[in-house]
Design a protein around this ligand. Structure first.
Ligand code: HEM
Length: 213
């Protein structure tokens, strides 16, 4: 089994935990209001701002650099969505939650200086966006009657998702990491899943109750 397949197998439980949060249930079953949906993008703005800053720091790195692909970048798309959903003062509404601040702190600790740490966080977000994100966008479009504006975050118009994921798995399979570094990478992916799970769980506590009221 190649390393990419191992990563997927060994983090299956982490993925399941990340999926099983109230917020996604509500989002996927059309129970959130627009503000509840925008709240996800507000937290993700903080995450992607930091990951995409790290990407600039890693662009020339021989191992992490090939993972830095401009067509993946989500920040300008999140900003377009938030402008559309929240209006011109969208930026003033961004307030990282406790969990989001912890996520950002971890990114600052590992993703700017440790190539495999950067890739671990990059993998967890972008491979997720290219996979589960494509399930989510259907629910969001249906619930809010959106087509492109407001859901640009989920769209990758300049990439073929299937081919790109294949290419990504080849990059993981051929990254020159020994067993120790592979294990450290796996631990960081698990950590990244947990940080996402916490962020989404906190959103659920803040938003789902608010929407149901
Ligand atoms: C309700 C929420 C979610 C759904 C419905 C979902 C669904 C999926 C699906 C269908 C796949 C594709 C598996 C395949 O290619 O066969 C996938 C892969 C993936 N998801 Fe999720 N997901 C969700 C949440 C998340 C979250 C919160 C994260 C982390 C931020 C995440 C990260 C990933 C990653 C990294 C992969 C790629 C695994 C690999 O092929 O190596 N997902 N997801």
């Amino acid at each position: 089994m190649g390393f990419a397949a191992q990563v997927r197998e060994l983090t299956r439980a982490d993925h399941r935990a990340a999926q099983n949060v109230t917020y996604f249930d509500a989002l996927l079953s059309g129970q959130l209001d627009r503000a509840g949906y925008a709240a996800l993008l507000e937290q993700l703005h903080v995450v992607y701002q930091t990951i995409e800053e790290a990407a600039e720091a890693m662009r020339e790195d021989p191992v992490a650099g090939p993972f830095v692909v401009d067509e993946l970048h989500r920040l300008p798309r999140i900003e377009d969505d938030l402008r559309f959903l929240n209006g011109p003062d969208w930026a003033t509404r961004i307030a990282p939650s406790h969990a989001t601040r912890q996520y950002q702190e971890r990114l600052r600790e590992v993703a700017f200086t440790w190539p495999a740490g950067f890739v671990a966080h990059h993998y967890t977000r972008y491979m997720g966006d290219l996979s589960g994100g494509q399930v989510m966008v259907r629910a969001v479009r249906r619930t809010f009657g959106l087509d492109t504006d407001g859901v640009r975050f989920f769209l990758f118009p300049d990439l073929d998702a299937k081919d790109f994921k294949q290419h990504y798995r080849e990059l993981l399979d051929t990254a020159p990491w020994d067993e120790v570094e592979r294990q450290r990478f796996l631990d960081e992916v698990s950590w990244a899943y947990r940080l996402n799970t916490e962020m989404i769980a906190e959103l659920g506590r803040d938003v789902v109750r608010g929407s149901a009221a």
